[in-house]
Ligand binder design. Structure first.
Ligand code: NAP
Ligand code: ZN
Ligand code: ZN
Length: 349
């Protein structure tokens, strides 16, 4: 076994604390990765605190925005070699046989993909553990290549925040001539803005205060809309083809937001609050609007997104911190006080 150390939650109500554990020795197709950086996603907070009632498994080492360097490879690994710059995102395996896996859409694996942490290993050997740690062992099919142009610390958040916004922007065809709103300017939201701008769309940040107005502009957004301004909501009614909802809380009124969509417009929910959303169905049916959802992206699309970001020089705004500061970082994320992603530096573990 490989000795690993990291930060884990012992229960849904305890803070993360240093934790020593073991990783499996590499099997034929496994890659052993020295983790250099791991992003802190709001999903880590939902999961650590079992807010989604997924039956979180403890002790839990969270983290699914992993960037590092290959330390060793199993005997049959073809895609990677020692020293390669690589990443791991939200999934580490899938059934590989269902119709969606057949179409390389492992993120929509019908029996469910194996999540990077707190998920049962498919061979029954226990529960997966994530990237708030110094080493991970992952099947080569779920490892991503990080282009040389992307520094590892800034590449890490692309493995979740980047792909989760890139995928729906591509699927719903953000591009020239399309008006795109990004609801919530946090980790996911700021990536959505940068990516949608690079795709050529006209982009508006839709935020619940004025605090991020200047940042939105700096990220390339063409307009800014404060949801607490009734005038701004009225002025922008029927304007958007697509809104990407990245808000982590169910504590917002969706009806005025839906009113921003034009005929046949679509809101895609990627934010995953712990409570149900509610809406007045007339907000949808009067303009034949679509209410949709999307979860991360496939491995193929994640690799495509990494190349897209390298080509367009797109990287997240990050605050690099020591792993020991992770509990404080969680509190700041919950207060929307993150500009715009915390990244743990494993050299400081
Ligand atoms: P984050 O950095 O905390 O950003 C969330 C943003 O939502 C905040 O910056 C804030 O933006 C807005 N917000 C928060 N509370 C609000 C409230 N009460 N009312 C209105 N707006 C509020 O979180 P994140 O890491 O980007 O993740 C966002 C959500 O996506 C989480 O629920 C996460 O679990 C989920 N997620 C889903 C997927 C997927 O595959 N679908 C993948 C990753 C994450 P403003 O200050 O601009 O209003
Ligand atoms: Zn995430
Ligand atoms: Zn499958």
């Amino acid at each position: 076994m490989i000795q690993a150390k990291g930060f884990a939650a012992a229960s849904a109500t305890t803070p993360l604390a240093p934790y020593a554990f073991e990783r499996r020795d590499p099997k034929d197709h496994d890659v052993v990765i020295d983790i250099k950086f791991c992003g802190v996603c709001h999903s880590d907070i939902h999961m650590t605190r079992d807010e989604w009632n997924f039956g979180s498994v403890y002790p839990m080492v969270p983290g699914h925005e992993i960037a590092g360097i290959v330390r060793a490879v199993g005997p049959k690994v073809k895609k990677y070699k020692v020293g390669d710059r690589v990443g791991v995102g939200c999934m580490v395996d899938s059934c590989r046989t269902c119709v969606n896996c057949d179409q390389e859409l492992e993120n929509y694996c019908i029996p469910g993909s194996t999540l990077t942490y707190s998920s049962p290993e498919r061979d029954g050997s226990g529960s997966t553990q994530g990237g708030y740690s110094d080493v991970i062992v992952t099947n080569e099919d779920f490892v991503l290549r990080i282009p040389d142009e992307l520094p590892l610390d800034k590449a890490a958040p692309l493995l979740c925040a980047g792909i989760t916004t890139y995928s729906p922007l591509r699927h719903w065809k953000a591009g020239p001539g399309k008006t795109v709103g990004v609801l919530g300017l946090g980790g996911l939201g700021h990536m959505a803005v940068k990516i949608a701008v690079a795709m050529g769309a006209n982009v508006t940040v839709i935020s619940h205060s004025d605090k991020k107005r200047e940042d939105a502009k700096a990220f390339g957004a063409h307009q800014f809309l404060n949801t607490n301004s009734p005038e701004a909501l009225t002025e922008n009614a029927l304007r958007f083809d697509l809104i990407i909802n990245t808000v982590s809380s169910a504590d917002l009124d969706l009806n005025p937001i839906l009113g921003l969509l034009k005929l046949d417009g679509t809101i895609v929910n990627v934010g995953a609050p712990d409570k149900p959303l509610s809406l007045n169905v007339f907000s949808l049916l009067l303009m034949r609007r679509n209410f949709a959802g999307s979860v991360i992206g496939s491995i193929k699309e994640t690799q495509e997104m990494l190349h897209f970001c390298a080509e367009h020089k797109i990287t997240p705004e990050i605050e690099v911190i020591a792993p020991a500061q992770v509990n404080h970082a969680y509190e700041r994320v919950l207060k929307s006080d993150v500009r715009y992603r915390f990244v743990l530096d494993m050299a400081k573990l």
